[in-house]
Design a protein around this ligand. Structure first.
Ligand code: BTN
Length: 246
């Protein structure tokens, strides 16, 4: 069970908001004025991902948002990659499995997406929303994501969501206080699934075949498209592997 007391014990922060069900923890986090804050829910009815996509959020998953004072200035572009590194490090620490990152905000284990990150800003605050398919069987996923999504664990693990959420919060909060972004970008690249892979790149309704050459230190993806090298800060990639498309 999600517990305010346990989250407080693990993180030491007092602005903690827990819901049995909520539209989206990011929506609620946007209304908060006391930072840092954690908003967590047992399920979401309108969980969201990038580009207005829905994020499947049934009960017993991990859905939480961190609200922080937005004093990042131009460094705001590092927040999603830094959060992706924090999620990977925390999952590795608690589960022993080593996740990978699909640019820009998706976390994969065994070529299945187990987690996504949605960063938003209200102006004064920055909201980092993290969703993890915590445990379950792939055949329980809705058919439209069954081939691509997966769970962190097949059955209930020996630790609970309060610990996982706190581990991610503590790691991310430390990173964002230290602001050693060049280091986190280096780790982000090392964890990246896409470098040197052939991909389909979608942007503004267009889809292009490309090869990922690199991820720049500022988080942009560097693509070779039709013989020319191009740098993009937005868009979506699908990685083409012999075993299927991620
Ligand atoms: C993505 O897959 O593009 C990102 C998914 C982010 C999901 C999390 S769950 C907690 C927070 N609330 C939301 O509505 N979205 C984020």
């Amino acid at each position: 069970m999600l517990s305010k007391q346990e989250l407080f014990n693990y993180t030491g922060i007092s602005s903690i908001h827990i819901f049995e069900s909520i539209s989206s923890t990011n929506n609620y986090a946007k209304t908060i004025k006391a930072y840092p804050a954690i908003v967590a829910a047992n399920k979401q009815t309108e969980g969201r991902g990038r580009y207005g996509k829905s994020f499947y959020s049934p009960e017993n998953g991990i859905y939480f948002s961190v609200a922080l004072k937005n004093d990042f200035g131009r460094d705001i572009l590092y927040i999603t990659p830094t959060a992706a590194v924090a999620v990977c490090m925390s999952i590795k620490k608690l589960s022993g499995t080593a996740p990978k990152i699909k640019w820009v905000n998706d976390i994969y284990i065994n070529n299945r997406k187990v987690s996504g990150i949605l960063t938003e800003s209200t102006g004064p605050s920055i909201i980092i929303g993290i969703g993890i398919n915590f445990y379950g069987q792939n055949n329980t996923l809705p058919s439209h994501i069954r081939d691509k999504a997966g769970f962190l664990f097949e059955s209930k693990p020996g630790f609970d969501r309060n610990l996982m959420i706190s581990e991610i919060f503590n790691t991310l909060y430390n990173y964002l206080n230290e602001r050693n972004f060049q280091l986190y970008m280096q780790i982000y690249k090392e964890l990246s699934l896409a470098i040197n892979k052939k991909i389909k790149f979608s942007l503004n309704g267009g889809v292009f075949n490309a090869t990922v050459k690199d991820i720049a230190d500022d988080g942009a993806i560097i693509l070779e498209i039709g013989g020319s090298i191009e740098k993009y800060y937005s868009g979506e990639i699908s990685i083409i592997l012999p075993e299927g498309v991620l």
